[in-house]
Design a protein around this ligand. Sequence first.
Ligand code: AMP
Length: 285
Amino acid sequence: MLTTLVHAKDVTDQIMALKAKGLKIGFIPTMGALHNGHLYLIKKAKKENDITVVSIFVNPTQFNDKKDLEKYPRTLEKDRLMLMSVRTDILYAPEPDDVYPEGSDNNFSIDLGGLDTVMEGAHRPGHFNGVAQVVKRLLEIVQPDNLYMGQKDFQQFTIIQYMINTLNIPTKLRVCPIVREQNGLAMSSRNVRLSSKARENAKLIHNTLKAVKHKIKSHTSSELAQYALKRLTKPPFEPEYFDIVDGNTLQPIENIDKHSYIVACTAVWIEGVRLIDNMILKQEK
Ligand code: AMP
């Protein structure tokens, strides 16, 4: 049975009682408009924990563009059915003033070690401070043993791992692979805003990432980025960035041979929708 809670205190009380019984808690924070990418995280959490908690909260502090916040799809009733279909135990679906109560220090900024100044951070000022704020609050409320996030948001999970380490938060981050539509487009809540033609053509993003990976041995990183940007500049596609970075520092790299962990990350606009995707190009153990 899915228990839906809207108050942080109720969530914490219930979870404390469950933890006192020795039960392990897995947590998946989301902004709703759930799809199979989210369900993958939930199924993984179900396997590795006794109780699975999902939050649905469209966090205003991480939207630097007010229109994007307004247009963000909200489908709570449908989401609840999907959560039931995978036997989620607890849904926390609060309003903003429950997460950020008046009078508390909500607007804190968090040291993110410079990981927040590149890529998404460079194009969406303040975005990651908002993400870190909300995840820190949610972790205080839920106090999970395990936190599940997707590789789809590569910079996001890297930053949250940094925050967990620096604040000594006793939660283990588990990262799950990108779930894609049949044509390769990374699943995203934003995909529903695309026309069916654009949704089909958006396979170009994944195809470009695959082509870059294929060429990594025979080209420099700037050649690869140039190639990708050219390929993605095909109306109605408009790439915002295509960066080849070190997977740990997220800093752009020059010499591919000098790095053992390399990721290509991109953001592409199509029909007024901003899509992000990434691919690990190299990961030597
Ligand atoms: P969101 O609701 O977009 O904030 O995403 C909630 C969580 O689901 C984040 O950790 C995302 O990285 C993850 N996620 C979103 N889309 C996908 C996907 N296609 N594959 C895997 N994880 C995803």
